[in-house]
Design a protein around this ligand. Sequence first.
Ligand code: ANZ
Ligand code: ZN
Length: 892
Amino acid sequence: RLNQSSLLLFKNSNTSIRFSSTLNNNNDNDQQLKYYSLSQFPYPSGNLHMGHVRVYTMSDCVARLKRMQGYQVVHPMGWDAFGLPAENAAIDKQVSPALWTNQNIQQMTTQLKRLDLQFDWERELSTCSPDYYRWTQDIFLRLYSKGLAYRKHSPVNWDPVDQTVLANEQVDSQGRSWRSNALVERREMKQWYFKITEYADRLADDLDKLTGWPEDVKTMQREWIGRSVGALVDFTFGGDMTLTAFTTRPETLFGVTFLSVHYKHPILEKILEQTTGNSKMLIDKQKREQLQSVIEKIKQQQESAVPTSADKEPELIAIDTGVQIDTPTGGKVTLVVASTVLPDYGTGVVMGVPGHNPVDHNIAKLLNIPIRHVITRADNNNNNNNNTDNNDNSSPSPSDDLYDNKDGTLINSGSFNSLSIKDAIAKMISESIIKPSKSYRIRDWLLSRQRYWGTPIPIIHCDSCGEVPVPRDQLPVKLPTDIEFTGKGNLLNSLSDWKNCKCPKCGGSAQRETDTMDTFVDSSWYYLRFLDSKNQKEMFNKDIVNKLMPVDVYVGGIEHAILHLLYSRFFTKFLKDQGIIDHDEPFKVLLTQGLVKSPTYRDSTTGKPLYPKDVDFTTPKPINKLTGNLVNITLEKMSKSKLNGVDPNEMIDKYGSDTLKLYILFKAPPENSLEWDTDGIEGCRKWLKRVESLVSGYVAERNNGQISKVSDKWNTQLNSLRYDTHSSIEKVTESIDRYTFNTAISFLMTLSNQIGKYQNNVDDKSSREYLEALETLVVLLAPFAPNASQQLWTELKSIDNNNNNNNNTVVKIQKQRWPVASKECLALQQKTLVIQFNGKVKSVINVQSDQQQQSELETLAKEHMKDKMSKFEISKTFFSTTKAGYSINFIL
Ligand code: ANZ
Ligand code: ZN
């Protein structure tokens, strides 16, 4: 309570919060700001889990705030509905994938609706509906016509369980399928690819624009694209043949003592078959046999289905063929075959610089190849700082060490000696010894799947015309629905009525492509279709999309950090190039939410997970009720197989959707994992009850006349409460805008505590300040607990209505305008001024926060201590600022 109020210099304002209900969200005003809040759409498995609830609760909270702030908000929901589980269910349960999927969608829609999330259901879409996949096919054809969709023969990852090809990204580090967990095999097959490599530079460069993305996600994308800047160097042999190497360290050219190639490099065939007629490539029979056996060994190592474990380097296998190669610097080096060379990186040819590259160093040691240093060593550099005459005289000790420093000066490099690395490279380029070049790790996107339940690839194969795209006006190529599942493999292959067709070009008999698209294709553009999902004439209306894109916040799992996001960025850039959209990045802010975890109980002997009901917690250490064995408890991601899931439905039954969502947002910041505990959710329920009783208590007292009608004047005595109200508005708004929902809720809790302090004082409760605080609390609660907020708002407004004899207005909380903190009220914050006489505290008074003038504060202090001070002379005054405010010490 303010007992020093007479000393406060009030700049009292009459600014009150306008809780006007003037919002109109359906207003199509061009001036209205937009906000697109998107959560990753779910796969319709049939079951909503806590992970889903967490994502949608976050996007909903932001969407609600933005609506109340007057934005035109997009907050859609739909279904990523193609994919294998539907097909597996069809085989297991003899139900058609379409039916199974639709049932699941219905079931999950019901569950979602129970959560009271404010989705734009009118935008709902499903990727398996012909309305949608017709446009997925359209995008495919656009890519095809630009040469960005193509088919090629290549070794692919074959999942023997699901009987389908997998993208590299769908195979884990153990060589297992991400879905079936089967060990993946290598097979040669003809497959469809999107040329995402064409966009590699833009995908890498534009990451810098994404200031709203977490750094770790951008790093993952950067590494996945794996751009290296370097140069190409030509090596020749036999006069007319060239081997080109890609290097990131062209300045080490004079240090090359061998050239290494992949075992499948075509040059080896020529050497082995001795077909070149080039005497320089001749090797004797013994060498040939050695070479063949080493090649065989490398092949076995690399094609084995069981990869070496991640922490163990595979054994280095290499052989010196003895074939001599001419270097561009006039030297001769030997040709090596090594297991370390990747077939599809750079040119597949590596210039071996054992003096400076660790891999080459190992190869040289193994094969006894000379090691030459051509860059000064890091520590030599320092020694040579004063020695500008840095030539061969200062060459390093003739050791065979590895100098892996990346800076220094050239040595042993002829006319390049004593140049800096930068200058040496520039000179090599100007003399055309090397050619600048870039290399990328990223590969083209393998999109075809040998499965039925996916978007059909709109291509027809004709014996005379070859590959013919299905004409646009014949889209969609519909999936046949009158089907019967017999077993594994691609059902479309056996549907001859569907497969056989006429060639659109020559009219002859032809066959449809039976491969379908990976579901990652479907999900690469759904955020665009959401904006105009019912459009039957075009993919979407350009103007609508250009107004509403980009997505302002995209909430989803970190498991999509690479693929889904990279593919979506690629599609966005492509559609921009097509002139269909204006922007080239789809997601402004990316919010990656952590896992939802809960305790997993495992029998310590069998290791099997147990239901909590089967664990006896009454014993000193928990034991398995069924076996009597001790139980181990660990926190793990909720999942069916671990029996540690908490069902959203049960939680809604028990606590209601408000408490559940409030708890989920309060328990942890979005990126952290959320560790489920029952006490936490109980705590949230209690807090909501407290807020309810604050409001109900007030309403009851107003209605029965215990507290009088609210004064229309502000009461300076209650400035502290006004300050709390307005600073809560500021803090809660800012927290949601930063997606730190947990802190937003704790600010609400603080405000409710502040209000609670006035609860027993009838006079205070009759003040305008008190009502303002209560109303603010209820409005600020709306994005988190909309039902409670609505109910309390109705109660509060019923008083007004009673007074006005106007009972029939229904006040919708979500139509209220979100409050804005008043600057003047924020300046009401109090600080303390400690007054001391000779270092002893005599009094503490409250002052205003912006009252920082020392002289002003001194006057205040003297005024306050007037009575006591009159007897003394002040000899000195010490002034200081403290955490809580100011301190003044009068030396008397
Ligand atoms: C000479 C050299 C000297 C290299 C030196 C490195 C250090 P990043 O940075 O990952 O792009 N390389 C090139 N093609 C390769 C292939 N197909 N398989 C395996 N290694 C290959 O790596 C580029 C470097 O990796 C290149 O630069 C090349 O070795 C090697 F002190 O060339 B370097
Ligand atoms: Zn034809």
